[in-house]
Write a protein of this length. Structure first.
Length: 275
């Protein structure tokens, strides 16, 4: 018998993986968490039946959400990650000379699942520079400040993540950031959710004088083409040179040579966010 996992990316579009085995599934306080062993994409982690990562292509998302803001900033030492309980973003952050990483994940079971089933992703979570808080990131940013970078490594804007896409949240993040700090958030796909991408960009622009979108190809996310949006009070990523003295980082997708070009948007995306 053939076993398949499908994500309904919209009501009318599914992405399906033939699976060898269902390794784990549970209902946590917040969501359904599942782990599948697939034929072609390695292991996949889903939350409420939406693909969060596959071991085959997770490096693209985690490198791009981390190294683009880190290299733009140039000397970030204190970083906050909201969501990201799988640990992929933390693993990438640890390739930089950071002093302190706070990871705020609402669902402890996501962290535990990743530690058990995704050692290559969660490996940085036990590093002494990392502190994990099992709290709601929306509340956490109101009470914790002084970050160089805030990374919102969230799920889609449904359920508990809705508030992570609100203007009020962006304002609180702005207050939690140092003067030359940078917010970066995963901001969905312009292929299938154009209106949403437009709205997120607009909302971020009302809070941050510099709001810049960049993109990456992520085969297993809806539309296979994804956006990230960076906001800052003082840093314009387009005019900032990437210092050649920064250490080389071990990456498979991100490269310093392409850094600035990631912000050059295809005309359909540029038009979408200027509408
Ligand atoms: N990032 C999940 C992005 C949203 C994917 N959406 C979807 N499959 N419908 C968080 C997980 C990686 N740390």
């Amino acid at each position: 018998m053939e076993l398949w996992f499908s994500e309904y990316q919209t009501k009318n579009v599914k992405l399906s993986f033939r699976i060898k085995e269902v390794l784990y599934t549970t209902q946590s306080k917040y969501q359904k968490i599942s782990v599948y062993e697939t034929e072609d994409f390695g292991r996949i982690l889903t939350l409420d039946d939406l693909v969060m990562l596959t071991t085959k292509d997770e490096f693209i998302y985690h490198e791009m959400i981390t190294h683009v803001p880190m290299l733009t900033h140039g000397n970030a030492v204190r970083v906050l990650v909201i969501g990201g309980g799988d640990g992929g973003t933390v693993r990438e952050l640890l390739k930089h000379p950071v002093e302190e990483i706070h990871l705020v994940e609402i669902d402890k079971e996501v962290v535990e699942t990743s530690k058990k089933y995704f050692p290559s992703v969660s490996c940085g979570l036990t590093d002494p520079r990392v502190r994990v808080f099992y709290e709601d990131g929306i509340e956490f940013v109101k009470n914790n400040k002084g970050y160089d970078i805030v990374i919102v490594d969230s799920t889609d804007p449904i359920g508990p993540a809705v508030g992570l896409f609100s203007t009020e949240f962006y304002k609180n993040v702005s207050a939690a950031l140092n003067e030359n700090g940078i917010l970066v958030a995963q901001t969905e796909t312009p292929i299938l959710f154009g209106d949403l991408v437009n709205k997120i960009y607009k909302d971020m622009s009302t809070v941050f004088p510099y709001t810049n979108m960049y993109t990456a190809v992520i085969p297993t996310y809806p539309g296979a083409f994804w956006t990230f949006t960076m906001g800052s009070k003082t840093v314009n990523p387009l005019s900032k040179e990437i210092s050649s003295s920064l250490p080389d980082i071990d990456t498979k997708y991100y490269t310093k040579e392409l850094h600035k070009s990631y912000f050059i948007l295809p005309p359909f995306v540029k038009n979408l966010i200027s509408e």
